[in-house]
Design a protein around this ligand. Structure first.
Ligand code: ZN
Length: 64
């Protein structure tokens, strides 16, 4: 099980994206960001989005 929390990304809400694969976690986190933190994505270039996704993958944790 992989997890990625908003706290790890520097936000202070309690959302944690969980999934069996990196892709699943990324999908859930991106959906949450679009809904709850649209400012995080606003005005971001393609390159900046790639950077953000890279950072998310690096912060992802493995949990039992
Ligand atoms: Zn959040």
């Amino acid at each position: 099980m992989k997890t990625l929390s908003c706290k790890d990304l520097g936000m202070d809400d309690g959302f944690v994206a969980k999934g069996v694969s990196e892709d699943e976690v990324m999908d859930k986190m991106m959906m949450h960001v679009k809904e709850m933190h649209p400012d995080m994505m606003k005005g971001k270039s393609e390159e900046e989005m790639m950077e953000m996704k890279k950072m998310m993958k690096e912060k992802m944790k493995d949990e039992m």
